[in-house]
Design a protein around this ligand. Structure first.
Ligand SMILES: C[S@@+](CC[C@H](N)C(=O)[O-])C[C@H]1O[C@@H](n2cnc3c(N)ncnc32)[C@H](O)[C@@H]1O
Length: 250
């Protein structure tokens, strides 16, 4: 496992290889797999079995293990995707999509508003954006700020990096959009209605070590941590490190 992490850190510059390696890291880490399983189970009912469901920023492609009827896309060309495109300029017709799935991608965008404009153009009426993104809470703030490898800037709702690389990000973007400046979002996009939101995953992501660090949780403690996370759900706004947002195109 340590070898995989070292290789990952040494791959700076080669995004496609990093994404392929991410999949191997998921396969090797039960804690990370349990986290994704939780994410996908929560949103399963929002994703229709039929119709056109597009995942943007697919990355490692693990989503396909849970959802059969999806078209996987990414800005980076990897073996997991069907279409290579930037989510800020989607190659789909107006009003053609049932779902746009966004798992850990919004916080990498240079201009997330461009994505939301593309989403409202390409979604059918009644279509949905289904999102799971990092969330900055009282508990997660210091960990994201001090330990996590991605940037955190609560003052700008964009990824303000000069470069355009997989590891460039602003972890705070989703929190700014849907917590700090939610009213601004609602006023700017009256046809995009937030129909579901939840704040969760206080420990699981950090305990997994993500893609960069080793796993911190001994395997036998995983079921206990999963139960604890469930119990702490009502306190997600203060303790969570992730958020789920579902938006309907009216
Ligand atoms: C942190 S990874 C998330 C991967 C995966 N979706 C997950 O749940 O872990 C971010 C992914 O978003 C992709 N990405 C970043 N900016 C993008 C953009 N503007 N358009 C499309 N994909 C983008 C990256 O190439 C990468 O695969």
């Amino acid at each position: 496992m340590e070898k995989l992490h070292r290789k990952y850190r040494n791959l700076w510059g080669n995004e496609a290889e990093m994404l392929v390696l991410q999949r191997r890291i998921i396969d090797a880490k039960p804690v990370l797999r349990a986290m994704y399983k939780n994410f996908y189970s929560e949103v399963r009912n929002f994703i229709p079995g039929k119709g056109l469901n597009v995942e943007i920023g697919t990355g490692h492609g693990y989503t396909k293990m849970f959802f059969e009827n999806i078209i996987q896309t990414d800005r980076v060309l990897t073996p997991h995707i069907a279409v290579c495109n930037d989510a800020q300029a989607l190659p789909f017709k107006d009003g053609s999509l049932d779902t746009i799935m966004v798992f850990g991608v919004l916080h990498h965008m240079k201009d997330p508003d461009e994505f939301f404009n593309e989403a409202r153009r390409t979604l059918k009426k009644g279509g949905r954006i289904v999102m799971v993104e990092p969330y900055v809470s009282l508990l997660s703030y210091p960990i994201y700020k001090l330990v996590h490898h991605e940037g955190l800037n609560l003052r700008t709702k964009a990824c303000d990096s000069e470069k355009y690389h997989l590891l460039d990000a602003n972890i705070a973007i989703p929190t700014i959009f849907f917590k700090k400046r939610k009213k601004e979002f609602e006023a700017r996009y009256p046809d995009l209605r937030i129909i579901y939101e939840s704040y969760h995953t206080p420990f699981l992501f950090f305990a997994s070590g993500g893609y960069i660090h080793p796993n911190l949780l001994p395997g036998p403690l995983l079921p206990m941590l999963l139960r604890l996370e469930k119990m702490l759900r009502p306190f997600g706004k203060w303790l969570g490190s992730m958020m789920t947002i579902v938006i309907r195109r009216n």
